[in-house]
Design a protein around this ligand. Structure first.
Ligand code: TXA
Ligand code: MG
Length: 319
């Protein structure tokens, strides 16, 4: 088991923006300071995830639901009392201190308090919430031992070896609605377990559109206006003076109503950190379309392109 000095050293690395793999009761997580967007970008880079996927934020004190969540539903605190520490992740509206890259641009954040002493000590010692996906390379098995992590992610700054994890499957992810809870990802805690405290209620799609606040529409991942990728598909009659360019290189920007250049040095991590907030801003700008310049397909560039392609997919002219 990791000693206190190991945990303190790991916590210092987290504070410095580095990545630490740590045990939880479910699987090993690949952790970074959840409030440090650059550090979180490194998670996506090291995992080589082809798309941004919202990360779970790990806390050591249920009261932090109030810090990371925006006015969390009181029922969250009841569930926290019953299931935390433990393998239950609650998705709640996010507060402004949570960077967009943690939630992949969603207005909600998944939060859980893990039932593992090493994990809890690490979070306390780092004195910040820790964002962590499972500590595996994309598409490979979730790690249940430190050896699995070492094999898949030799580039991680530190691995806290807490022995094999007890549960071995990921946490249950739920969200609350006006009548009850729904399950977004099945895990160790079952529907029946949670139903002892609040009713299960899967909202019909029609009802969802009635009650979501306008802000929640952003959870469709793509901005509320057409987005095209240069070299992929851009309509011939696109009027640059009514469009914004999401530029990577700074080239070919003439005539656009506005140019967003997310990095001036070609730093893909910097681009990734700024992408979601740029899309949110462009949604509110007085323009008709967004044109994105492709970014290089390596490292976190793969995830960036995957996200851009998903956002652009329905505006392609191929069907
Ligand atoms: O047991 C676990 O949950 C492990 C340990 C390390 O805590 N973590 C884990 O993380 O499995 P990851 O990144 O492999 O899975 C995170 C999943 C997302 O794919 C998504 O299904 C859900 O959690 N999730 C996170 N935030 C969300 C949000 N804001 N809205 C909807 N789903 C969310
Ligand atoms: Mg995973």
């Amino acid at each position: 088991m990791p000693q206190t000095e190991d945990i303190l050293r790991a916590a210092k690395l987290i504070r410095e923006g580095k990545l630490v793999a740590f045990p939880t009761e479910t699987v090993y997580g690949l952790g970074a300071n959840a409030l440090d967007a650059e550090a979180v970008a490194r998670i996506f880079e090291l995992k080589e995830r082809p798309s941004f996927d919202p990360l779970i934020v790990h806390i050591a004190n249920p009261g932090d639901l109030n810090v990371l969540g925006k006015h969390p539903d009181p029922r969250c605190f009841l569930l926290a009392e019953k299931f935390w520490p433990g393998p239950l992740t609650m998705v709640v509206p996010k507060s402004d201190i949570v960077p967009d890259i943690v939630t992949s641009g969603l207005e909600t954040v998944g939060i859980r308090m893990p039932a593992n002493e090493t994990a809890l000590e690490l979070i306390r010692a780092a004195a910040c919430p820790i964002a962590a996906p499972s500590a595996n390379k994309f598409g490979l098995l979730s790690p249940t031992t430190a050896q699995h992590v070492k094999k898949q992610l030799p580039g991680v700054d530190c691995i806290l070896d807490g022995g094999p994890t007890g549960i071995g499957i990921e946490s249950t992810v739920i969200s609350l609605n006006h009548k009850g809870f729904e399950i977004l990802r099945h895990g160790f805690i079952t529907r029946e377990d949670i139903e002892k405290y609040i009713p299960f209620y899967a909202m019909p799609a029609a009802e969802k559109t009635n009650i979501v606040s306008p802000g929640m529409l952003k959870s469709h991942y793509s901005p509320g206006k057409p987005i095209y990728i240069q070299g992929d598909y851009v309509p011939e009659d696109l009027q640059r003076e009514k469009a914004a360019l999401l530029s990577f290189s700074g080239n070919d920007s003439q005539g656009f109503a506005m140019v967003y250049r997310l990095t001036s040095s070609g730093d893909l991590r910097e681009y990734a950190v700024k992408l979601f907030s740029a899309l949110h801003q462009l949604e509110d700008e007085d323009i008709e379309a967004i044109v994105a310049e492709p970014v290089p397909m390596h490292g976190i560039g793969i995830a960036i392109m995957d996200k851009l392609k998903k956002a652009a997919h329905r505006y392609r002219n191929d069907d």
